[in-house]
Design a protein around this ligand. Structure first.
Ligand code: 6R9
Length: 649
């Protein structure tokens, strides 16, 4: 094995072909792939017809100044009209856009007609506050309908929004507001989490001591906690938006008009402001939402169980579903409140047919045990989706078996904030799924796994995932930093988009993700994937979740250190659990992959989207000071792990 290739050692034989009844009615067929392959640009031009345009585009892709793409550049449209008004005009005003479920059990049902009115009121309110097309607005909110309304109101008046995850600190909020120079912030008094109101407004007040450019703060009343309001600056949403007219004439904007900026953490330095524009982004999210989930808008009930502060919330809770006239569920709170069956109760209650969530959630449910979902009627489900990390084969099979009743296809969707839309995923009516594999590019998308010399790898080999042709919902640049955009994504392999993910092609040429390139370990000259070793650990019946890092080692260069969370039914795992797990990895993958050290822990450090922050675990494994923890959802986790390590030594 050479130093250059990523070791690729695990095997998976299980296959799940699509249910024949689903294939018979599927939105995407093998013909779709053939059509897109024959002429990708013509394919995307056709998908643009899904939208309602003020001025129909005559151009598709303008790649005259790579890597700065323009799509549908002479077209004009309004994103909010595409998400709201046009469905009302088509006679679907009474269709439910959102079934919203608050954590304490309160609910709201919002039709497309009501959503349109509310978005118009909020657009009028922002206009009254002096927000004009091109001005940036920050949104820092819990998972309540007003979060979506706020995004759409910004889109309606052409003011790019930047949504900051409600779990982030005042510091993180301040740096994002400053970076894109927002003048208005939309927030709430708080939201419900783990059975308690959790305040948000104080973090805004703190952030604004450092952001003098912010003129106004609009505050939604959700928890009715005591909330300080600054005279002349802060306004209650129910008063100020409430008294606006629900008439608002939407202006059409150029297809390349900025729609939003979403910050995502870079491996070093300050967060990157990913810029998405309007026309191409909506074409890409609308089409993939319809295709990947085989969406039937008249009958499906769709649930993206992800926060609005993550790109998944933007593309598949707001823009994709709403352009398609979907009925979605939105849930405010945590999965264990007031009991560990809350998600399954929600699925039973709303007869949800498509569920989209992250592997971290699935592994948590595995840890709690299959008897919990077994108490609920989940027979309405017909498709399950996964996003955010590679899904371990064991978690995939558990999801399919215990949530999907061994009936539903699982679509493992690979994409990024930067890509805006699904890029590599099975299609439920076409693909025979392999547990753990993201499989093949979406029709109209071209990717390649390459080696260090930018040469495509053969089947059975690993390398780096690249995207070889522009796509409609690609990021256009990094906000205010074209140079960093070129440097980060387009310099490593000239002419190709570098995603930063390790990937392999299996013997059939299907794609598996192996983790971020920064996380790859080098043990005695073998480049090893964190994902494969984690999946080997999760395939042991006592393990629910695992995180693997490479720690500096005097003999082997790096050595493998694993952190594992046990399943509830395994108790403390027994006295030999560590040896047992080390042996298990050696048997599944090979002796080279046997971890030097395994720590049993209660929790792992995670980001807003449930990604394990291996960088922090590396700090611990190497006894270093911890790096930046501001994007952790729960910063106390690191203390727990450190205590745990100290106790074990
Ligand atoms: C949508 C989203 C992007 C990174 C990406 C990759 C990882 C996401 C994945 C996956 C393997 C999947 N990732 N989905 N890895 N299989 N199905 O997560 O966006 O938060 O920007 O993260 O997430 O490493 O590069 P974002």
């Amino acid at each position: 094995m050479s130093e250059e290739t990523l070791s690729n050692l695990s095997h998976e034989e299980r296959r799940f072909p699509p249910p024949p009844e689903l294939s018979a009615q599927a939105n995407v067929t093998t013909d779709t792939y053939a059509e897109a392959a024959a002429d990708p640009e013509a394919f995307w031009a056709k998908q643009a017809e899904r939208l309602t345009w003020g001025t129909t585009p005559t151009q598709t892709l303008d790649w005259s100044n790579p890597p700065f793409a323009k799509w549908f550049a002479d077209g004009e449209l309004n994103a909010a009209v595409n998400c709201c008004d046009r469905h009302v005009e088509a006679g679907h005003g009474d269709r439910v856009a959102f079934h919203w479920e608050g954590e304490p059990g309160d609910t709201r049902t919002i039709t497309y007609a009501e959503l349109t009115d509310e978005v118009c009121r909020a657009a009028n309110a922002l206009t009254e506050l002096g927000v004009r097309a091109g001005d940036r607005v920050a949104i820092y909110m819990p998972m309540i309908p007003e979060a979506a309304v706020a995004m759409l109101a910004c889109a309606r008046i052409g003011a790019p929004h930047t949504v900051v995850f409600g779990g982030f600190s005042a510091d993180a909020l301040a740096s994002r507001i400053a970076d894109c120079d927002c003048q208005v912030v939309i927030t709430a008094d708080g939201g419900y989490r783990k059975g308690k109101p959790s305040a948000l407004k104080p973090a805004v007040d703190e952030a604004l001591t450092r952001c003098p450019g912010v003129r106004n703060v609009l505050v939604v009343r959700r928890t009715e906690q005591e909330t300080a309001m600054t005279e002349g600056r802060d306004l209650w949403w129910h008063e100020f938006v409430g008294r606006q007219s629900s008439e608002h004439e939407a202006q059409m904007f150029n297809a390349e008009h900025p729609l939003y900026i979403m910050y995502t953490s870079g491996s070093t330095g300050k967060p990157k402001g990913i810029l998405h524009t309007t026309g191409g982004y909506l074409v890409g999210t609308s089409w993939t939402h319809w295709a990947t989930f085989d969406l039937k808008p008249e009958t499906d009930v769709f649930w993206t169980a992800a926060d609005i502060g993550w790109v998944t919330g933007h593309s598949y809770l707001v823009y994709g579903p709403l352009t398609n006239g979907t009925t979605s569920v939105m849930y405010e709170g945590t999965p264990e409140t007031p009991h560990q069956g809350r998600w399954w109760e929600i699925i039973e209650k709303y007869k949800i047919s498509i569920l989209y969530c992250a592997p971290t959630a699935i592994r948590t449910f595995m840890k709690w045990g299959a008897e919990i979902p077994a108490k609920f009627d989940l027979s309405s489900l017909r498709i399950l989706g996964s996003v955010g990390e590679p899904i371990n084969p064991e978690a995939y099979v558990w999801y399919r078996t215990h949530i999907g009743g061994d009936r539903t296809p699982v679509v493992d969707t690979w994409w990024q904030t930067e890509t805006g839309m699904h890029m590599i995923t099975p299609m439920p009516g076409v693909t025979a799924g392999k547990p753990g594999a993201a499989m093949t590019p979406v029709p109209g998308i071209s990717v390649e796994v390459v080696n260090d010399e930018a040469q495509p790898v053969g089947n059975g080999e690993g390398g780096y995932l690249t995207i070889t042709k522009p796509w409609p919902s690609m990021l256009r640049t990094l906000w205010g930093d074209d140079e960093r955009f070129v440097e980060t994504y387009w310099s490593r392999f000239p002419g190709m988009y570098f995603a930063g993910d390790g990937a392999k092609k299996d013997e059939d040429g299907d794609i598996w993700f192996l983790g971020r390139v920064d996380d790859v370990m080098n043990v005695s000259g073998h480049r090893m994937s964190t994902t494969e070793i984690e999946s080997a650990l999760v395939s042991h019946p006592k393990v629910a979740e695992a995180a693997v890092v490479g720690a500096t080692d005097a003999t082997t260069g790096q050595a493998i250190v694993a952190f594992v969370i046990l399943r509830s039914e395994a108790g403390d795992g027994g006295p030999d659990v560590v040896q047992e797990l080390r042996q298990h990895v050696a048997k599944e993958i090979g002796a080279i992959a046997r971890p030097r050290q395994i720590m049993v822990v209660e929790e792992l450090p995670k980001t807003r989207s449930g990604k394990i922050m291996r960088r922090l675990l590396r700090d611990i494994a190497e006894n270093r000071e911890l790096g930046d923890v501001t994007t952790l959802t729960d910063s106390t986790v690191m203390e727990l792990i450190k205590d745990n390590m100290a106790g074990a030594k």
